[in-house]
Design a protein around this ligand. Structure first.
Ligand code: NAP
Length: 309
């Protein structure tokens, strides 16, 4: 039986692993389908303390993993299918195998939200993408007009990154000002290759018949006017939803599915802790997720000590 199982391998997961490993609890980290989490899909991270020049998101996560493994954390590239938190030891099914654990730290993070408009799903990987750093350099986007949807830091970051490849980057946002932090918004709006399109929603991605992205249908939300904007790629950056589906009915969440800790990082199930974006719709930063991972590890360690006394 495992003393500590950590579900998720983003900033929260690997920091929890580092702390529980240093407490000699030999944590097992179940990486999920995106080892390293969302940060591995970002380019340069400029706001993680300790890296004055910035650090590549993938590199940061690789370093976190190495640091935790140095003290005895173990990574398993498994996907958790079911959990049973009704009694301790807790039971998890991971790729068909049963894993038992005295404590579990949920650090499953969040996933990209979808627009849910016609054409979006059918043209995914055919011009619709949720990750500029993963796909922006593809030949199909070179010197072509591109669309980024959203008004937050992610949308600004994606738009700036895409100016390296596209002929022009349209930033389509449903309001008339950006939600992004001041520094990101200023940078994006100062970039001559980025053209904001305000008060507008993408109502359809074209063209399913041609089996590739050729444009988007837009609706001006103030005037109701509809138009078509030609583009070769649509980069959707409208935020994230928590990855908490598998805990439904066992762990308390809010209406959006974010886990609600009850005491410190402990959930409504004693021995199950939570850290990072799956419990945070306010701060959602790499460094706050790392901090929460540290807190969850300390809480889990104290829970185990009290239990074994
Ligand atoms: P976000 O801050 O939640 O912004 C989402 C944006 O998408 C908002 O502008 C929102 O519009 C828009 N939106 C949401 N649903 C939509 C829909 N159905 N249709 C059209 N537009 C929609 O998400 P984020 O930009 O991914 O950022 C998440 C967190 O990560 C933030 O805390 C951010 O600071 C952080 N982050 C930081 C960096 C960095 O510092 N380098 C980079 C990326 C992300 P409204 O404004 O109208 O709500």
């Amino acid at each position: 039986m495992e003393k500590v199982v950590i579900i998720g391998s983003g900033c929260a997961g690997w920091t929890a692993a580092l702390y529980t490993a240093r407490a000699d609890l030999k944590p097992l980290v179940l990486t999920g389908k995106q080892p390293g989490g969302l940060l591995t899909t970002t380019s340069i991270v400029e706001n993680f303390p300790g890296f004055p020049e910035g650090v590549d998101g993938y590199e940061l996560m690789t370093r976190m993993q190495k640091q935790a493994e140095r003290f005895g954390a173990r990574a398993s590239f498994g996907l958790v299918e079911t959990v049973d938190f009704s009694k301790n030891p807790f039971a998890l099914t991971v790729d068909g195998e049963k894993v038992e654990a005295e404590t579990v730290i949920i650090a499953t993070g969040a996933s990209h939200k979808h627009l849910d408009v016609p054409g979006e799903d059918l043209l995914e990987t055919k011009g619709v993408t949720y990750c500029a750093t993963c796909d922006g350099a593809l030949p199909v986007f070179r010197n072509q007009p591109l669309v980024v949807v959203g008004g937050g830091d992610s949308a600004c970051e994606e738009a700036m990154y895409l100016t390296r490849f596209g002929s022009v980057v349209y930033l389509v946002h449903r309001r008339d000002s950006l939600r992004a932090s001041r520094i990101m918004a200023d940078r994006a709006l100062a970039n001559p290759k980025i053209k904001p399109i305000w008060d507008s929603a993408v109502t359809e991605v074209l063209d399913v018949k041609q089996d590739k992205v050729t444009g988007v249908k837009l609706k001006n939300l103030k005037t109701g006017a509809e138009s078509v904007l030609d583009c070769a790629g649509v980069f959707i950056a409208i935020g994230h939803g928590p990855n908490t589906e598998i805990f439904k009915g066992q762990i308390k969440t809010d209406a959006l599915g974010f886990i609600i800790p009850q005491q410190g990082t402990m959930t409504n199930v004693p021995g199950v802790f939570v850290a990072g974006d799956c419990a945070d719709h306010v701060y959602r930063q790499a460094v706050t997720a790392a901090g929460a991972g540290c807190a969850a590890a300390i809480d889990a360690e104290r829970f185990l000590s009290a239990r074994n006394e």
